[in-house]
Design a protein around this ligand. Structure first.
Ligand code: BGC
Length: 462
């Protein structure tokens, strides 16, 4: 039988879809793989908590020394610093009532030269922004308590002492790893000599998220970040924390743990689900071999993962008639927000997708290309959502409470149209029968959470 041109096109179109779907299979996690991921995650968490296995564990489970959740009565004015997300911020927070607070904040750019410069430059810059802020808001002589949200792995030796274990995301300042970052901040403030500050606590953004959600929802026991980086914090029994250092108050049986789960896989535990795209991202990153799970999940990498798959299929002639563009072929030029935008199109329509492809110089894309690009984005983002879900389900099962609220923050969770639903569905599938949970969007965990940790710390006789 002789095919006419249209039939031939249809046939080859079907084949292109088939090949792309076939090759994207490796990005889809099966339920068995998720079960195995949960098992390995728990193993690593327990290794992180135990003294003997902690040094070699990849999920370090750092003790935060935060032992009190907010009771809703925290009041007063606090300063907060937030370093480690997309921006650096200084905040002035006035906690009034459980559901009433005021927050003033200012975003300051951290140029790449500082992100990759010396620690002294970084902390001088932070101190300068802080000094300008307190002067602008006329609170420089109030000596307000300050909470420092520092969203990198810290070995904490108390609420106000944290030794940087490693840099992550885009940071790599010299002379900071192995140092107490609270001291570095205090030194920089002292070098200026124009402001006086009382640092009440240093905390992680995942801890801030947990605290911020727990303030209005007393059921919150887990805080998760899916933003530039990824991490989780949860409530653990002190008796399981062999590395708890110092005085243990017998009336306090719990402590928050900063899991630093972004490093899950650094020992090879994720190799069974990693793809060539993951290996390439890692290879060209500033921290090869590190933060392996984070590189499969978070906003700093998700767009690039999609780009690598799109490039591969373009070069194989399966997309855009085999014709790419300079922007498409350049590293880092397919932003994670594109993934969210492309997946926001109504089924069968490609308005956002075409905007993105136009920006990339791919005006020649057909509707079929748009559908396939969307499919690739869905595979990458669903995998991220399922990896996060495996971690959350593992934590919920480990905690074994009847009902748990999980506070979640970060740009990926906030802006991706399906992340929340994908997570809810997957977590439900894997939590033990009889346990109920819900996911709650956090209200500025890094800012309000820092004020709350500082407020709770002010209650204590340190
Ligand atoms: C850091 C964590 C942080 C997470 C989210 C990771 O790269 O190691 O400390 O919580 O990013 O910001």
């Amino acid at each position: 039988m002789i095919e006419n041109l249209e039939q031939q096109n249809l046939r080859s179109r079907g084949q292109t879809d088939f090949w792309i779907r076939e090759q994207c299979q490796e990005l889809i996690l099966s339920d068995r793989q998720i079960e195995e991921l949960m098992r390995r995650m728990i193993l690593e968490i327990n290794r992180g908590l135990r003294k003997e296995t902690h040094p070699a564990a990849d999920v370090k489970c750092f003790i935060t020394y935060v032992q009190d959740l907010p009771n809703g009565k925290e009041k007063g004015k606090f300063l907060a610093l937030d370093l480690g997300g997309t921006n650096f911020r200084v905040l002035l927070i006035h906690l009034k009532d459980e559901n009433d607070f005021e927050m003033l904040s200012k975003i300051y750019a951290i140029p790449q030269s500082i992100m990759l410069g010396s620690g002294e430059q970084l902390f001088d810059h932070i101190a300068e922004c802080l000094a300008n802020f307190v002067k602008e808001h006329s609170v420089y002589d109030e000596r307000l308590p300050l909470g420092f949200t520092f969203s990198f792995p810290l070995t904490q030796l108390g609420l106000t002492k944290g030794i940087l274990a490693r840099w992550t995301k885009g940071f790599n300042c010299s002379g900071v790893v192995g140092e107490d970052v609270v001291q570095l901040l205090k030194d920089a403030i002292a070098r200026r000599g124009d402001v006086s500050i009382t640092v009440m606590a240093i905390l992680n953004d995942s801890t801030g998220t947990l605290m911020s959600c727990a303030h209005s929802n007393h059921n919150c026991r887990i805080g998760v970040i899916i933003g530039t980086g990824s991490n989780a914090c949860y409530v653990e029994k002190v008796e399981n924390c062999e590395l708890f250092d110092g005085y243990m108050d017998p009336t306090k049986q719990h402590v928050l743990i900063n899991t630093e789960w972004g490093a899950f896989g650094d020992n090879g535990a994720l190799d069974f689900v990693r793809t060539e795209y993951d290996r390439e991202i890692d290879h060209f990153s500033i921290n090869p071999g590190r933060q392996i799970q984070e590189k499969m999940i978070s906003g700093m990498y998700m767009g690039e993962l999609a780009r690598l798959a799109i490039v591969k299929f373009t070069k194989a002639g399966l997309l855009f008639g085999g014709v790419g563009s300079d922007i498409l072929f350049k590293r880092g030029q397919f932003f994670t927000k594109y993934v969210s935008e492309i997946e926001s199109d109504k089924p069968g329509t490609y308005n956002y997708c075409r905007d993105v492809l136009d920006e990339l110089g791919l005006e020649h894309a057909t509707d079929e290309d748009c559908a396939n690009v969307r499919y690739i984005c869905e595979c990458v983002s669903s995998r991220a959502a399922h990896l996060v879900s495996a971690g959350i389900a593992a934590l919920i099962n480990k905690m074994d409470e009847k009902s748990v609220t999980v506070g979640v923050d970060g740009s990926v969770y906030r802006f991706h149209p399906k992340f929340h639903d994908l997570m809810t569905q997957k977590i439900r599938q894997f939590v033990k029968p009889g346990i109920s949970f819900d996911l709650m969007l956090s209200e500025d965990g890094s800012g309000r959470g820092a004020a709350l940790v500082a407020a709770v710390a002010c209650r204590e006789p340190h």
